[in-house]
Design a protein around this ligand. Structure first.
Ligand code: SAH
Ligand code: SF4
Length: 439
């Protein structure tokens, strides 16, 4: 989400006559786009700001440093008064105001705008995508969140939920298609709550999928409370909507889920997973899990491991619970699971996920997948990397293939995080649907 937001800020700055640079040393303005989701995300920002402070000193103060995003919203006073680290503090709904705020800083004042909006979606600002790979892009379709999960700071830092008009999303999609992009991820805190004047996410997805049959579409994130069959139908019928769903479970225990205010039970969640697998055979699933939430017992932790064993996720993002000010959990529950216990439970969760992912990835050996090439692999310029429809990273020898190609690849080797393969031929996405992609 921050990556997409930075592209909007990029556009606002270019409009003001500025241009992006490659290194902080060349910059006259540095913005750091921040995340408040967990304590360690914020810690990274403080470290980075200290580095910028030393850079600014070296340049005798001739540089503007601004903090954008969720930490700006949460910690504005601290940034401006106590820390004196920054010149500008800009919340997630105030990016349009950046040129005016910059002028204030140029006049020698500190500048702040952290007002949250009920309407702002930046629908009319075309993001400038200078840091991407030129093949895959994000489109933010909604902002904010109304779910109020008890552990989560997002509703406080990003404000109320609001959706962008369908037409503005379609226009941005068409532009990306014209620019040669091959894959778009539609983004929101809960894309299934997308609703613009009665038009829902299934409709938005369907209309996006019809724009260019050679463009893949992904989406993130979905909340398990509202994943309608109608959307699964769109996924099943539209060949270019990827068969991959990120569906965070958070915990496998009903009491903890209730305390987290997730509004579904473990049974409802597992039934939803069954439905997804029934409607979309071979669908790839990923999740988010929190270890050691307030009051979590050993037995409740084991319920989470049990759900992981039942679902067998292809991928998981796993975290130790980190208490956030203002949230319901902060006000109402005690963060009483000792740090050591949290870490041990998290390690168990990670180990189990690693075992499952290794096993699932080994089963891929011998199968064929259509891989969209995103660029050179990290390790070698002689190899390419890209992802399958099911979101698995595949590495294979470059030969004559290029970034942006769809290549049919036979999988020859697997690790928990990546697959290796042999390229067979270049294909189009539309041709490839006539043939089974698995051996
Ligand atoms: N809107 C998304 C989640 C966005 S935050 C959704 O509901 O799925 C991404 C993930 O961070 C969450 O799914 C959760 O697993 C984790 N997270 C959020 N708040 C947290 C906290 N206080 N401590 C630890 N992990 C947290
Ligand atoms: Fe946070 Fe819950 Fe909203 Fe996700 S759905 S952003 S976890 S409040």
């Amino acid at each position: 989400m921050n990556f997409a937001d930075s592209e909007i800020v990029n556009s606002v700055m270019v409009e003001r006559g500025m241009a992006p640079t490659d290194t902080p040393d060349d910059a006259s303005v540095i913005f750091i786009n921040t995340c408040s989701i967990r304590e360690n995300a914020e810690q990274k920002v403080w470290n980075r700001l200290n580095y910028f402070r030393s850079l600014k000193k070296k340049r005798q103060g001739d540089m503007v440093v601004g903090v954008l995003g969720c930490m700006a919203e949460r910690l504005r006073e601290r940034f401006l008064e106590k820390e004196k680290l920054v010149d500008m503090v800009v919340g997630p709904d105030a990016y349009r105001d950046i040129p005016k705020l910059l002028s204030e800083v140029e006049d020698g004042r500190k500048a702040v705008n952290v007002i949250l909006s009920q309407e702002e979606t930046y629908a009319d600002i075309t993001p400038i995508r200078t840091t991407g790979n030129g093949v895959t892009a994000f489109i933010s379709v909604m902002r904010g969140c109304d779910n109020m999960c008890s552990f989560c700071v997002v509703p406080y830092t990003r404000g109320r939920e609001r959706s962008r008009p369908v037409e503005s999303v379609l226009d941005e999609f068409k532009l990306l298609s014209d620019q040669g992009y091959k894959e778009v991820t539609l983004l929101g805190q809960n894309v299934n709550s997308y609703n613009h004047e009665g038009r829902n996410f299934a409709e938005l997805m369907y209309r996006c999928s019809r724009i260019n049959p050679e463009m893949r579409i992904r989406f993130s994130t979905s909340h398990p409370k509202d994943f309608p069959d109608e959307f699964l139908h769109v996924m099943r019928e539209q060949h270019n909507v990827c068969n991959y769903i990120h569906i965070p479970v958070q915990s496998g225990n009903n009491e903890i889920l209730e305390r987290m205010r997730r509004t579904y039970t473990r049974e409802e969640y597992l039934a939803l997973i069954d439905r997804m697998r029934e409607m979309i055979p071979g669908v790839s699933l990923s999740t988010d899990i929190i270890a050691g939430f307030c009051g979590e017992t050993e037995e409740q932790h084991r319920d989470t491991l049990d759900v992981m064993r039942r679902v067998r996720y292809d991928l998981a993002y796993m975290f130790a619970y980190s208490e956030r000010e203002r949230t319901l959990a902060h006000r109402k529950f005690e963060d009483d699971v000792p740090e050591k216990v949290k870490k041990r439970r998290l390690a168990e969760i990670i180990q189990l996920q690693q075992d499952v992912a290794t096993d699932l990835n080994r089963q891929e050996i011998g199968r064929r997948h259509i891989v969209l090439v995103e660029g050179n692999s990290k390790r070698s310029d002689e190899q390419l990397s890209g992802r399958t429809d099911t979101n698995k990273m595949v590495i294979f020898d470059k030969e004559t293939y290029q970034r942006g190609d769809y290549v049919e690849v036979e999988i020859t080797d697997a690790s928990p995080a990546t697959l290796k393969g042999t390229a067979l031929r270049k294909v189009t996405l539309s041709d490839s649907i006539a043939e089974p992609v698995t051996a």
